[in-house]
Design a protein around this ligand. Structure first.
Ligand code: BGC
Length: 767
């Protein structure tokens, strides 16, 4: 595994305190912190140590009524808090129960908890964690960005870092120092309910954008009061369940694991990420939480990960209740801790008490060694020190004047504007004039929840109760700019028994009848917010009731702009031919309505590019980096089977770009040489300025493991004024052009290679 062992820049050669082996640690240890940790650990009782590894949900310490229902407004039950911290020595708390709190409320919650922890026997602060996955999602009025799939469509590393920085600042303003983000699972199963939480299908894109998000969250290596600890999830293979259903088994050959699934994690670990969350599912029959090879051998020893690994929700319990690889909770705790999990998101009451008792027994009986427990505690304390929680256990909103500031909102708007992707624009129907008469129709046209998706104010994101005001929906935003604009329902989408149900709407008839009064119909389709198991679906087809809007309107001759507001690509092949333009919004967040309207009216020139291959058929899910055997078409005997609706990296602009003069320094390189430089000229040949993502792909024509036809190796988003030409230069390490061979060792083989940029190709050989 050559690539995994390569020593990388920031690594510092240090003695790994945890394993006793010499290894390159993922971040430089602070000797003073380590001394303090030594002192603390030497004084801690077994129960205190076990408690540090226990994470409970906020519900477990909230006041409940006689029927065991949470009392509104939520209040901490001081007796329960005292029991958790002082009796069970709990070291971490997470989440919030289907609620969004004000900053003030958050400050109060965190302070109340930390005040109790400060008076506990160890005085160790609690580490509080939340899912602030596209902005500080559980704080009222916070800045909400596009979900990761949209952010990825911007192909802009600086926007990814800014999303991280602003989210960290606003999360820390609430007092919470730990964010369960980013998701680094690859988006290679469009039907998977968490596809929208990923950075798309490509390894290099996920790797580069992911590590920038981590940088934004953590602010480099030193984490100050404006930053939070990142949590890379869900290590690893979680996003690739065989059936596409959440938390179901994945089958991933070792080579694919090495080539696709591990690299985004490895990159962010090297970038100093402090924590990792474990895959709730299983890979090749081994539950994520029991996989000692991936958790200890690869993550901790090979990559030198110096932070801590937290379980996902109830996953110790799931080892015996769901995976059925252990027969008791006690066995499951031993399995997971010995595999290398450091903290258990237990998270409920009274289960957490059982966890603490059983774990204590396991150490007393020698089934979990004192050394392993100390290692887990050391890692957790290390992160608490790095976050400065001992000195500053909570924050005050007054110290965060930029919370939800204009500047933050502008960045969220920019991220949405740069991610929205123009997929089709026949006869340049877009942009339209503000004087146009506009029909806005469809079930996602007037919903802020649909623009934001799940993990927004509540877990599933469907409750409009906490929505941030002053964020126009698509219809409201179009209405602001257009001189004439009417809203029609088109079809109805609602939750029925936990699933999305679609219905025909009677007003489609009047929309059809009135169509001649309008210049254009903006048809907004998509899906209701959902995630995890509640987001499992049976097929990828866009609801037929939604398709009917396009089919019916197309008979009237009205121009149709199809707007997709969706977390995964729903099949649109039947209605796409009736649409003059198609725009993919993904889940663009609070600013999505305005950003889309600005694109429709030409205030913004679109520059998003698809971070995944948009399938034409539910049954043909292919990725852009497919192989020769996959493109042979048995009907035509041509190499044209790869025929997606839209290709990975596709996205149109209102201007035109011309590529020329692709050059590589030589046409033959020896394998011992270090790098290759490729240049290309890109010219804006249109009349308006625009941004273009220049994408460099490579191909190894013949290899001992059948090679993909192309792989993304570099990209760069540039701005060009009308008539302007820029020379874009990429430098690629020759080593990167290799692959895992039959022994799963990273190698470069001699032979013919190509680079592709847009429609240009340069061929060279490696000798
Ligand atoms: C999800 C995680 C999330 C955790 C805490 C789990 O159900 O899989 O992604 O971070 O809950 O909310």
């Amino acid at each position: 595994m050559k690539q995994l062992c390569t020593p990388i820049l920031l690594f510092v050669f240090l003695l790994a305190s945890c394993s006793g082996k010499q290894t390159n640690l993922s971040f430089e240890l602070n000797p003073e912190h380590e001394r303090k940790i030594d002192a603390l650990i030497s004084q801690m009782s077994l129960e205190e140590k076990v408690g540090q590894t226990c994470q409970i949900t906020l519900d477990a310490i909230l006041k409940k009524d006689a029927a065991n229902k949470l009392i509104e407004p939520h209040q901490i039950d001081l007796e329960k808090l005292d029991e958790a911290i002082n009796k069970y020595k709990v070291g971490s708390i997470l989440n919030v129960s289907n609620h969004t709190f004000t900053l003030e409320k958050w400050n109060g919650i965190v302070k109340t908890i930390q005040d109790v922890a400060a008076k506990s026997s160890t005085k160790i602060p609690v580490i509080y964690g939340v899912d602030a996955i596209h902005g500080a999602t559980y704080i009222q009025k916070s800045t909400l960005f596009p979900q990761e799939i949209g952010l990825a469509a911007s192909w802009d590393t600086s926007l990814a870092r800014e999303m991280g920085r602003i989210t960290a600042y606003e999360t820390r303003a609430s007092g919470v120092p730990w964010n369960f983000s980013p998701v680094l699972d690859l988006g290679r199963k469009p039907i998977w309910s968490r596809f929208f939480e990923t950075l798309g299908e490509d390894v290099y894109l996920a790797k580069t954008l992911g590590s920038q998000i981590v940088d934004g969250y953590q602010g480099g290596t030193s984490i100050d009061e404006n930053h939070v600890a990142a949590c890379l999830k869900h290590y690893v293979g979680y996003g690739f369940p065989r059936t596409g259903r959440d938390r179901t088994p994945a089958l991933i050959p070792e080579r694919t694991m090495l080539e696709h699934h591990l690299p985004p994690f490895e990159e962010s670990i090297k970038n100093g990420a402090l924590t990792v969350m474990i895959n709730s599912g299983e890979v090749n029959g081994i539950p994520g939480h029991a996989n000692k090879h991936l958790l200890t051998d690869v993550l901790k020893e090979e990559w030198g990960f110096a932070g801590f690994a937290v379980s996902d929700w109830e996953d110790f319990i799931n080892l015996y209740k769901v995976a059925q690889t252990d027969s008791t909770i006690k066995d499951a705790i031993a399995t997971a801790i010995n595999a290398g999990v450091d903290m258990s998101m237990v998270p409920n009451n009274p289960q957490y008490k059982t966890y603490c008792q059983e774990f204590t027994g396991l150490v007393e009986q020698g089934r979990v060694s004192q050394k392993r427990l100390d290692d887990a505690v050391r890692r957790i304390l290390r992160v608490k020190y790095r976050l400065d929680l001992f000195e500053r256990p909570y924050t005050k909103k007054e110290d965060y004047p930029s919370f939800a500031s204009k500047e933050h909102m502008q960045k969220a708007y920019l991220s949405a504007a740069e991610s929205i992707t123009l997929l089709k624009n026949d006869k340049n129907i877009l942009p339209i004039k503000t004087s146009s008469k506009v029909m806005v129709i469809g079930p996602t046209a007037n919903s802020l929840n649909c623009l934001n998706g799940a993990w927004t104010h509540t877990w599933q994101g469907v409750d409009p109760k906490y929505n941030n005001s002053n964020n126009p929906t698509i219809y409201e935003a179009i209405k602001i700019s257009a001189s004439s604009c009417d809203l029609y329902e088109g079809s109805i989408m609602k939750m029925v028994d936990g699933d999305e149900a679609d219905f025909y709407s009677l007003d489609l008839k009047s929309a059809v009848k009135n169509a001649s009064k309008y210049d254009v119909a903006i048809v907004c389709v998509g899906e209701l917010p959902s995630t995890e198991r509640p987001g499992d679906i049976y097929h990828l087809d866009l609801a037929k009731e939604q398709q009917e809007i396009v089919k019916s309107l197309s008979k009237t001759g009205i121009k149709i702009v199809l707007v997709l507001v969706e977390g995964r690509p729903k099949i649109i092949s039947e209605i796409e031919p009736y649409s003059d333009a198609v725009i993919q919004c993904y889940l663009p967040g609070d600013k999505g309505g305005v950003a889309l309207a600005d694109i429709i009216f030409g205030k913004i020139n679109p520059s998003g590019k698809l971070p995944y291959t948009y399938p034409r058929y539910s049954g043909v899910i292919m990725h852009y980096d497919h192989k020769q055997s996959e493109v042979i078409n048995a009907n035509t005997w041509k190499n044209d089977f790869f025929n997606p609706q839209y290709n990975f990296g596709h996205g149109l602009s209102y201007t035109k770009f011309e590529y020329s003069n692709m050059n590589i320094s030589k046409n033959a390189y020896s394998l011992s040489e270090k790098e290759i430089t490729v240049t290309v000229d890109v010219k804006n040949t249109g009349k308006i300025s625009g941004k273009e993502v220049v994408q460099l792909y490579s191909r190894d024509h013949v290899a001992t493991i059948s090679p993909p036809l192309k792989e993304l190796v570099r990209y760069n988003k540039i701005s060009l004024e009308p008539g302007e030409t820029k020379t874009v230069s990429f430098t690629v390490d020759i080593e990167e052009l290799g692959f895992y061979n039959i022994d799963n060792v990273w190698v470069n083989e001699a032979g013919k290679h190509s680079f592709y940029i847009n429609n240009l190709e340069s061929t060279f050989s490696l000798k």
